[in-house]
Design a protein around this ligand. Structure first.
Ligand code: ZN
Length: 225
C-alpha cells in the first residue's frame, strides 16, 4: 500500500478511536468532557403561565443564559412566554409535541411528535431547534434516527435536581454544590405543581455557582455547536 494511502487510513482509524472513546456517544449527550467550569441549566415541560416568568426574571437578574425544552402543546398555549425565552437569548429545544414516551411509539408516531413539536416552536421563534430532549429521557434507536434526520442532538442530563419530586430548595442546592463539575447538564423543570421549589432553588444556587467560578452556557454552546 502506498505510504500516502497508509497514512490516510492510519489517520482515519485514529480519529475513529478518539471518537469512540470520547465522553459522548455521537448525537446523545449526558454531559460534556471539559476542564472548563462551564455548565448548562435546562428547564423542561414549559412554558408555564406563571413559573416560566419567575425563572426568566431570576436568570435575567444574574445575566445567566439557559436552555428550555418546551412542549409543543404548551408553546401553542403560551406563545408570548416562548417569545420571551427566545428574545432574552436563551436556547429553546424540542421536548416533543405532547410529552409521550417515545420508546413506546412506532417510527411514524415518533416523527409526528418531533415534527409537530418543532413546528410549534419554529412558528413562534422563527428558529429551528437543534436539540431534542425525549420525555423522561426515554429514547431508542428509532428516536436517534428520527432526531438525527431532523438535525438534532439528543440531550439528557448529568444532574437531576429532582425538583419534579418536590425536593426542597435547600436540598436541591446542596445536591448540586456537592456534585457539580464542568460540563454538567443540570435538569430542572419550569413547573411542578403545586408549590414548585425551582425558582427558590435557582435564586440560591446561581450566586453560589457564580462565586465558585462557574460560567453558565446554553447546551449548544456547551457541546460546541
Ligand atoms: Zn418532560
Amino acid at each position: 500500500m502506498p505510504l500516502r494511502i497508509l497514512c490516510f487510513f492510519t489517520a482515519v482509524s485514529l480519529l475513529f478511536t478518539v471518537s469512540v472513546f470520547s465522553c459522548e456517544k455521537t448525537g446523545v449527550y449526558r454531559h460534556v468532557c471539559t476542564d472548563e467550569k462551564k455548565i448548562a441549566l435546562t428547564f423542561d415541560d414549559g412554558p408555564h403561565y406563571k413559573y416560566t416568568e419567575q425563572i426568566l426574571d431570576i436568570l435575567k437578574k444574574y445575566g445567566v443564559k439557559a436552555t428550555f425544552f418546551v412542549i409543543g402543546v404548551n408553546a401553542e398555549k403560551y406563545p408570548q412566554k416562548v417569545k420571551r425565552i427566545s428574545d432574552e437569548g436563551h436556547e429553546i429545544g424540542n421536548h416533543t409535541y405532547s410529552h409521550l414516551n417515545l420508546r413506546e411509539l412506532d417510527e411514524k408516531e415518533i416523527r409526528q411528535e418531533l415534527i409537530k413539536g418543532e413546528r410549534a416552536i419554529q412558528k413562534i421563534t422563527k428558529k429551528k431547534p437543534k436539540l431534542l430532549r425525549p420525555p423522561g429521557g426515554a429514547y431508542s434507536d428509532l428516536v436517534i434516527k428520527a432526531s438525527s434526520e431532523m438535525g438534532c442532538d439528543i440531550i439528557l442530563w448529568s444532574q437531576d435536581t429532582r425538583d419534579w419530586a418536590h425536593t426542597p430548595a435547600d436540598k436541591i442546592v446542596c445536591g448540586i454544590m456537592d456534585n457539580v463539575k464542568g460540563g454538567d447538564i443540570i435538569l430542572f423543570h419550569d413547573f411542578v405543581c403545586p408549590d414548585t421549589p425551582t425558582p427558590e432553588a435557582l435564586e440560591k444556587i446561581i450566586p453560589k455557582l457564580l462565586k465558585s467560578g462557574y460560567e453558565f452556557v446554553t447546551v449548544s454552546e456547551l457541546i460546541g455547536e
